[in-house]
Design a protein around this ligand. Structure first.
Ligand code: SF4
Length: 316
């Protein structure tokens, strides 16, 4: 990123171009909070501001009601004032409890009005560290300050993830107040796009997850081998299968079939002795043919499922 910042600084010497260098929230949070904690504190901060607005509007209503009462001596206005005071007390209590669970640095950003930060930011190309320092001096959150200015930027420097994750990209476009057709994307280190895009577009289903699903189903005798249960709901010589038994049995067969197909797929790709050399770290094993697009796991799973008469279309 340093290289881009330096290049953008060079460009800005001869061209006035409003530049923002944007980093992820967790790497910019001065409180070192993770995404979920920040999200929760952020929601509380917005609620706090709502309650504060409610408090000031109630205070104004009370004042107006009292002024009118003094002029008219109308007892209903006096009663209204008492009622409003109770509501005000309630709103104050809520605001107080939210304050302890909110983020004071975000609160400062949301309360802040004026263009002092904008002028400072766009007078040069500022690194995220400089923005964090600027914000720290003012008890503010640098990330939230930058976010507010995204709609004014003409050049945004950020990492791949902001574009390749559909969810982050849509959020970013909203903050930029632009549509995908309004922007030009330039990728550096383009040879990394493929791996990055794949990681953002993949659904992770680990072997462990399938094993957990099987253990959740629990011990369940197979109807075919059980002398107690009949084979197939309502048929056979044994006890007829109830709905719950039939569903659990089906799930057990399906997940077992998927687990076996998964293990067989990667085993078939490992060379002799390779399995023992695998450490605890992740390692990609390609189980699809890059040219034919044949997904070996899918093919194996569907073949075995068909053999075992597991009709997924019908069930799911
Ligand atoms: S709003 Fe900013 S300072 Fe507050 S928790 Fe989130 S990233 Fe951290």
């Amino acid at each position: 990123m340093v290289q881009f910042i330096n290049e953008a600084r060079e460009i800005s010497l001869g061209n006035s171009i409003k530049t923002i260098v944007f980093k992820g929230k967790t790497s910019m949070c001065p409180e070192n909070l993770d995404y979920e904690e920040c999200k929760l504190k952020g929601e509380n901060t917005y609620d706090l501001l709502d309650f504060e607005r409610e408090v000031s509007s109630k205070e104004k209503e009370i004042k107006d009601a009292y002024e009118k009462y003094k002029r008219t001596k109308d007892p209903t206005l006096y009663a209204l004032r008492n009622e409003l005071e109770k509501e005000l007390e309630e709103a104050r209590k809520k605001a107080q409890s939210l304050r302890s669970r909110s983020c004071p640095k975000l609160y400062e950003v949301l309360k802040f009005e004026g263009n002092e930060f904008s002028s400072w930011l766009f007078s040069n190309v500022r690194s995220p560290e400089e923005v964090m320092e600027y914000a720290e001096d003012r008890d503010m959150c640098g990330y939230e300050l930058l976010k507010k200015e995204l709609k004014n930027t003409e050049l945004l420097i950020c990492n791949f993830h902001h574009v390749l994750s559909a969810e982050i990209f849509m959020t970013l476009l909203k903050w930029l107040e632009r549509g995908p057709e309004d922007i030009i994307l330039i990728f550096d280190e383009a040879h990394n796009i493929e791996a990055s895009a794949r990681s953002h577009s993949s659904i992770m289903l680990s072997e462990l997850t399938i094993e957990k699903a099987l253990s959740e189903i629990g011990e369940i005798p197979d109807s075919d081998s059980s002398p107690v249960f009949g084979s197939g709901a309502g048929s056979g010589n044994g006890i007829p299968l109830d709905q719950d038994y039939a569903v659990r049995l089906y799930a057990k067969r399906l997940f077992s079939c998927l687990l076996t197909a998964l293990r067989d797929s990667y085993d078939s790709k490992l060379k002799f002795g390779e399995r023992n050399r695998l450490g605890k770290n992740w390692q990609d094993i390609q189980i699809s043919d890059p040219y034919e697009r044949l997904d070996i796991l899918k093919a194996r799973f569907l073949r075995d499922a068909k053999k075992k008469d597991l009709r997924m279309k019908k069930r799911f």
